[in-house]
Design a protein around this ligand. Structure first.
Ligand code: NZQ
Ligand code: ZN
Length: 388
């Protein structure tokens, strides 16, 4: 196990009715009569009545606010800039995000860009580390990206989808009421489940030895997500199953599952190129296509890790190591299919992408992708072949 530092200041409020606390949380953080920016997406938070509940709670607490709506999935830097102008003009002291990963990431990006004098895209493209941020609170509507606790922000701009982050971008408070997941369409349900699994698997598939404690927790978490994922796929109003998914998704990406070990992140690196290539592609669905292909390509780097995954997560065992590994990967792919997800580029409607171009883009800034096996553009090309 490796040395590590872990700091997670996000206060979580979980359960029915918790959204009504948002006003008092803001008062605690920036004081009454302060000016807050409320960020949300297209229609869902308005339709469900959540946005009204949030703004009523702010009003009741004496918080002034301005709204920035219409954040789209795979959020753009243009939208961030719009928010920055508004936030500076209105002298905003804190940001409330009401939505999923795209809304939260937009809010977090505005939070770091407002106090920054340079061009905000530098955080993403040039690796400038955010040192200052406005405080951000979240009211989550989609358990998936884990941005409500994570130190990451992912934004698209000029055909690239890039991330930045540091501990200071973690929200100071996040509210998760699983009742607000009831309205999620099947596509977002499966994408969310697969994304949170990926956040755990990107850490689980490590070459760091002696990780029993975290690996065991990761295996249990993955089993729980799959079990409850299948329940909510059929029963969209199941509060108890959504609670498990909501809790799992939020912890999947707060750093816990990577403590003391080298993380991978190649699947995310490849998927971000796919959803940057076509912004209508949903991140979690992209991961459903990339992950089994990545596994098939890299497992020989450390077969015992994949045997452990096959047996402890997917519950399969064959008479040889190789058969067990391949049965584990096949079982994962079957689970994705059972959730209704695409598992090939054609099913993702991405068969026309140019693998060469995307493979080169994926390694342009980091040099290589991943740690389980360090991938160069020629490796990524082979992984694209396995997605067909
Ligand atoms: O815009 P509205 O109308 O709200 O509809 C949204 C959107 O169309 C809808 N939705 C959200 N909550 C709903 C709902 N529909 C009905 N009922 C509800 N309760 O869902 C659609 C997708 O929303 P989005 O926020 O894009 O989804 P998600 O939470 O999966 O976030 C994905 C984004 O997060 C990034 C992804 O790359 C992608 O851009 N990620 C961010 C990470 C981070 N910051 O740590 C890590 C992740 O790996 C990921 O890369
Ligand atoms: Zn993700």
């Amino acid at each position: 196990m490796e040395n590590f530092e872990f700091y997670n200041p996000t206060k979580l409020f979980f359960g029915r009715g918790q959204e009504t606390r948002i006003g008092s949380l803001l008062v605690e953080k920036v004081g009454t009569d302060s000016q807050v920016l409320v960020v949300y997406g297209g229609q869902s938070a308005k339709k469900s009545g959540l946005l009204d509940k949030v703004t009523s709670s702010l009003k009741a607490s004496g918080i002034n606010f301005v709204e920035l709506g219409d954040v789209r999935p795979n959020p753009t830097y243009e939208k961030v800039k719009e928010g920055v102008v508004l936030a500076r003009e209105k002298n905003i002291q804190a940001i409330v995000a009401v939505g999923g990963g795209s809304v939260i990431d937009t809010a977090k990006a505005i939070a770091i860009c407002v106090p920054y004098e340079g061009e905000g895209w530098d955080f993403f493209e040039k690796g400038v580390v955010p040192k200052k941020a406005l405080p951000v609170a979240c009211v989550l509507t989609l358990p998936a990206a884990g941005s409500e606790q994570s130190k990451r922000i992912v934004i698209s701009h000029q055909g690239r989808k890039l991330g930045t982050g540091s501990d200071i971008v973690r929200p100071f408070a996040s509210i998760i009421n699983p009742e607000f997941f009831f309205t999620l369409p099947p596509k977002q349900v499966r994408a969310g489940v697969i994304d949170m699994m990926s956040h755990i698997m990107e850490r689980y598939f490590t070459q760091t030895p002696n990780t029993d404690f975290i690996s065991g927790q990761a295996e249990a978490a993955l089993r729980s997500i799959m079990k409850n994922g299948l329940i909510v796929r059929k029963d969209s109003q199941n509060y108890e199953a959504w609670s498990q998914i909501g809790l799992a998704g939020s912890f999947a990406h707060n750093g816990f599952y990577g403590l003391g070990q080298k993380e991978d992140w190649a699947c995310h690196g490849i998927e971000h190129e796919i959803s940057a290539w076509d912004e209508t592609i949903t991140h979690g669905e992209g991961l459903a296509v990339v992950t089994p292909a990545w596994m098939t390509y890299v497992w020989k780097e450390n077969p015992s890790r994949f045997v452990q995954f096959a047996q402890n997560v997917m519950g399969v065992k064959e008479d040889t190591e190789e058969k067990t590994v391949l049965a584990g990967i096949a079982a994962l792919k079957n689970f994705f299919k059972e959730m209704g997800a695409p598992v090939t580029l054609a099913e993702l409607h991405a068969e026309k992408l140019d693998p060469q171009e995307l493979a080169e883009k994926a390694v342009k800034i980091p040099g290589t992708l991943g740690n389980f096996k360090k991938l160069h553009s020629e490796d990524i090309l082979k992984i694209f072949e396995l997605m067909r």
